[in-house]
Ligand binder design. Structure first.
Ligand code: SF4
Ligand code: SF4
Length: 194
């Protein structure tokens, strides 16, 4: 009896060891997969997330006037698999730690993550397009220092192909350096004379 009272008083002094949820706040475990979210600044409308979504929870619809598109994630269909985040090439898709999903019946069709994203004109030809995110352009063209990544990310795929062809032509038409003279070839290199 004394042991029981000891434990009882110790627990009373320590207070509750469970959260008061749903009457009060609780915590989000680290690395929990909650609500999927799309960053409109990074999304290019490639459709990879829709293609890879195991639950068919993502839709991409073009605006009637062709000025952009709307990407929608149906939260009530999403099974939190994070496949969209895994396959998104730009990092636009993320899975937040918002795991709350209780909602009134009347809201079941309103639980959407939705972004309407507008196209911008290509810097060269004016065709409507989505700019390549800056971090992606820097990675794509990291090995080619002659490319202005800030410019190229604002031109459409067709104009990028034209730019690429021009660069190739310049490279092919640039005269090759003079062949080394026989005397240079036979003279000892500095390290050979040490
Ligand atoms: S969120 Fe990512 S995968 Fe989905 S359309 Fe946008 S860029 Fe493509
Ligand atoms: S987390 Fe899975 S089910 Fe949810 S939107 Fe992404 S791919 Fe679809």
């Amino acid at each position: 009896m004394a042991g029981f009272l000891k434990i009882l008083f110790r627990n009373l002094l320590n207070g509750p060891s469970t959260d008061p949820y749903p009457m009060g706040p609780t915590f989000s475990p680290q690395r929990i997969r909650g609500r999927a979210k799309v960053d409109p600044n990074l999304c290019m409308g490639c459709g990879m997330c829709r293609y890879s979504c195991t639950a068919g929870a993502i839709n991409i619809a073009h605006l009637p006037d062709g000025s952009g598109y709307t990407i929608t994630i149906w939260q009530n269909s999403c099974c939190r698999c994070a496949s969209c985040r895994h396959y998104c090439p730009t990092g636009a898709m993320s899975v937040t730690d918002d795991w709350h999903s209780a909602h009134p019946e009347k809201d079941k069709f309103n639980r959407l993550e939705q972004q309407t994203i507008k196209y911008t004109p290509c810097a060269d030809c004016g065709a409507l397009m989505r700019p390549v995110p800056a971090h992606l352009a820097q990675r794509l063209y990291a090995e080619n220092k002659e490319i202005d990544t800030e410019k190229i990310r604002h031109i459409c795929p067709k104009c990028r192909r034209i730019e690429d062809a021009k660069r190739t032509a310049r490279r092919l038409l640039t005269p090759a350096p003079e062949p080394m003279k026989a005397a240079e070839l036979t003279s000892p290199r500095p390290q050979d004379t040490r």
